[in-house]
Ligand binder design. Sequence first.
Ligand code: C2G
Length: 440
Amino acid sequence: MKKVITYGTFDMIHQGHLNILKRAKALGDYLIVGVTSDDFDSRRGKINVQQSMIERVEGVKETGLADQIVIEEYEGQKIDDINRFGVDIFAIGSDWKGKFDYLSEFCKVVYLERTKGISSTKIRSQNNHLKLGLIGKAKRLWKIANEAVSINGIDIVGTSGAGYDRRLKKLNNYSFDQLIEKVDAVFIESDVKDRYEQIKYALERGKHVLCDLPMTIGRRQQHELLEIAKKNECILMSGIKTAYSTAYYRLLLMVKSGEIGDILSVETTCTSLNEISKIKKYQKNDIWSAMDAWGATALMPIFQILGTDYVDNTIISKKIDDYFDIFTKMDFVYKNAVATIKIGKGVKSEGEMIISGTKGYVYVPAPWWKTDYFEIRYEDQNKNKRFFYELEGEGFKYELVNFLRAINHGRTLSYTGNDVLEEISNVYDEFYNSDDISLI
Ligand code: C2G
């Protein structure tokens, strides 16, 4: 019996896939199809896959052409599979010509003609061709513009970036109202005080919004925006990129599933250093305060892990002009736990996150907000575990892909619940509007 093996993602299975499977099957008597796991795809940079692995496996099954389906999970597995299953022929589309010649040491390698004019990428972009506008301070937008260009199905229409930056020169610059008219969705990373009005304006015109946190200063305003989004069937999603990195998400799941026991403490530190002389002219230099730059990022894991029902909190700040904090420390007391954030602009510290539990602790080294690695540590060091998940670029891609998916599915698939969004807005309200803050 002649065994043939072929591999692929087989996302939204189409005629091109069918043709290759038929051609591969015709080369022998028994066809094994390797379907990539979700993790493997994201590791090899294929992050815009629409269907889950189970759905993709179903798609291949339904063709009736596969005699056996295996999951491809790691680099080098092809060699293992060929040996394990006693494969005679490895077949793959001609777009891979030459790439798998190294397998000829193990079996015959055949490149089959690829079907022209059809691809998952094309289907995806026909389905969800999203016109996206970028709103905010130009300086901050070019990073996202950079990462967005490589995502199929997203077209950046332009920006209404204040202080147009030459790094954005390929993009059109419009006024805010003009831009909103031209797009299906916006990404907002403007000054904290401007966001509420901008989001409201966009949502009321039926545009989806991905916005940095906090979206508003005040719980009521955040709630109102969520209600408008619901009424207008728009997606309103948190734009903190950390939340969408695989490592951060896995870490949350492990903590929530009791891997380190009951959680007693969460500590986060986020700082970035600007010269004090520059900070003193923060408006002119377009510098965000510690709270505006880091507050929401540092608060997010606390509210995600411990919830929002804390019984007490204290805030201590060092400020310029009674307004611009260069350093802030907040403590939260829960019934059974405590939490602390330390954030700085003009102060530097180790940007780590530590989650302490009754069985062990999670340690995420600096800069934890760009998490690609974390450790779970126990009393018995031999039991320590390390986890690494590759993070491409700054991570904006993952956030945008999630946004696109949420729009296509009609619901947010984020782990930053509405209660977390509202609580973060509430803390900003307290920070800016209450007298109950100690100054040093
Ligand atoms: N294909 C084709 N014609 C198309 C599109 C795809 O013949 N119009 C073939 C590809 O050449 C590949 C198979 O269909 O052989 C699966 O394609 P994808 O789902 O895009 O998967 P791919 O990224 O090519 O996975 O380990 C994974 C493999 O290395 C390749």
